[in-house]
Design a protein around this ligand. Structure first.
Ligand code: PMP
Length: 435
């Protein structure tokens, strides 16, 4: 269907002015020009089904009229006003977020990205606990600032050996949730909890917080057994250590069964701090932190984000959240996620390169290995990406070895679109298995 777009000139200009480490998908990169619903079009007019969610769980739908109208209306009034003045869209958005948060006495602070949200969470936790010792999980990704990289366990995304915080990793979390870890859920959970206790013992409990993604995103949609974080929380609570749930990918209903990723572990065991971004804004740069009042108000100096909660992005995010809730897109993630998952699950064992299908709701990962082995196969993931693109479907990849396909369509995706995507994906997997 879609022919490969040749944008050699643009690619060359990009290479001349952007850094080499900013990676680009596809042998012949796509210039995405416009989008509508679950589809995007490249500059040559080829249409693609976007199952990478406007690149990674960002979208409710492309060009959602409700969001476009709210943004245009607000842009026509005033683009920006400082947090030093009252800003109605920001207050409305904070009220919506607080209502949906599941946190007691919630306070919300807006940022412009997930990275800045996590930085703020670290600032709060380290100050509140008077410790700069932070625990994170193996293979984690928390953003690209100096401190967010310092807590990123996935070394491929953490190009610094220096660290503004002291980070220890919970090693038991290696190969989170994949059958390749070789352990059944209960034993896996026990091993991670024992590891956490061990790390805490070595640090004499003098730790500010544990930060974790309920389903690891960049790490390849690695999914811990339900209940793991509730067990972690029991241990952390004994020491007064805070638990930060990084919901940048898992928030806003993406995981289907729950509105927040942490709720799969224990509805009662709410985190002390939640960070969010991506899905709240339907592509607008909105991020932020939710924390109990006592923690949020513990900062002793002023702090401000010039563009965090700007009227335009806040107005768009309010419209987006209203749409999400009114159309029960969490329920849609659960229902359509199941339709998408069924044929993929059936590929495990049938297509010899498919080692595992995992994830929750509309956040599904397919782990690829060399046939008859447990060796990661990044080259096959790259082949599948090219083949699906040729057939009009965009998906992502990730994981420690780049061998996990990541599937995360806009939350408004339909069952028919899910069947169509599964058909294209399975054909590409079968073809890669024969290669
Ligand atoms: N946390 C997680 C779990 C993420 O997936 C990301 C982005 N991929 C971030 C934080 C950083 O967000 P941003 O790119 O908006 O800074």
């Amino acid at each position: 269907m879609a022919s490969a777009g040749v944008h050699a000139d643009l690619a060359k200009r990009r290479r001349a002015v952007l850094p080499d480490w900013l990676s680009l998908y596809y042998d012949e990169p796509i210039e995405v020009e416009r989008g509508r619903g679950r589809h995007v079009w490249d500059a040559e007019g080829n249409r693609y089904l976007d199952f990478f969610g406007g690149i990674l769980t960002t979208m409710t739908a492309h060009a959602l009229p409700e969001v476009t109208a709210a943004v245009s209306e607000q842009a026509g009034r005033i683009l920006h006003s400082s947090t030093l003045y009252l800003n109605k869209p920001m207050i409305e958005l904070a009220e919506r977020v607080a209502e949906l948060s599941g946190i007691d006495d919630p306070r919300v602070f807006f940022t412009t990205s997930g990275t800045e949200a996590n930085d703020t969470a670290l600032l709060l936790a380290t100050g509140y606990r008077a410790s700069n010792q932070v625990l994170a999980l193996r293979n984690s990704y928390h953003g690209r600032s100096f401190s967010a990289m310092a807590i990123t366990g996935n070394q491929g995304w953490s190009p610094t050996s220096l660290s503004p915080v002291q980070t220890s990793y919970v090693h038991g979390s290696r190969r989170l949730g994949t059958p390749l870890s070789g352990l059944p859920d209960a034993e896996f959970t026990a091993a991670c909890v024992a590891d956490l206790e061990d790390v805490l013992g070595q640090l004499h409990g003098n730790v500010a917080c544990l930060i974790a993604e309920p389903v690891q995103g960049v790490g390849g949609f690695s999914t811990p057994p339900d209940g793991l974080f509730a067990r972690f929380k029991e241990v952390l609570d004994r020491h007064g250590i805070l638990w930060i749930s990084d919901e940048v990918q898992t928030g806003w209903g993406r995981t289907g069964e729950h509105f927040w990723g942490w709720q799969a572990h224990d509805e009662r065991g709410a985190p002390d701090i939640v960070t969010f971004a991506k899905g709240i804004g339907n592509g607008l740069s909105v991020g932020g932190v939710i924390a109990r009042g006592e923690i949020m108000n513990s900062l002793t100096a002023n702090s401000i984000s010039t563009f965090g909660g700007s009227p335009v992005t806040a107005a768009g995010a309010v419209a987006n959240l209203d749409y999400l809730v009114e159309h029960d897109l969490q329920g849609n993630a659960r229902r359509v996620g199941a339709v998408l998952r069924e044929p993929l699950d059936a590929a495990v064992g049938r297509i010899p390169i498919v080692a595992d299908v995992r994830g929750k709701g509309l956040m599904l990962g397919i782990e690829l290995v060399r046939p008859g082995s447990t060796e990661p196969a990044p080259e096959l993931a790259a082949l599948v990406l090219e083949e699906t693109r040729r057939n009009g479907l965009l998906v992502g990849k990730g994981g420690l070895s780049g061998n996990v396909l990541r599937i995360a369509p806009p939350l408004s995706v339909t069952e028919d679109e899910a069947r169509e995507a599964a058909r294209i994906l399975l054909a590409a997997l079968e073809s890669a298995a024969r290669s």
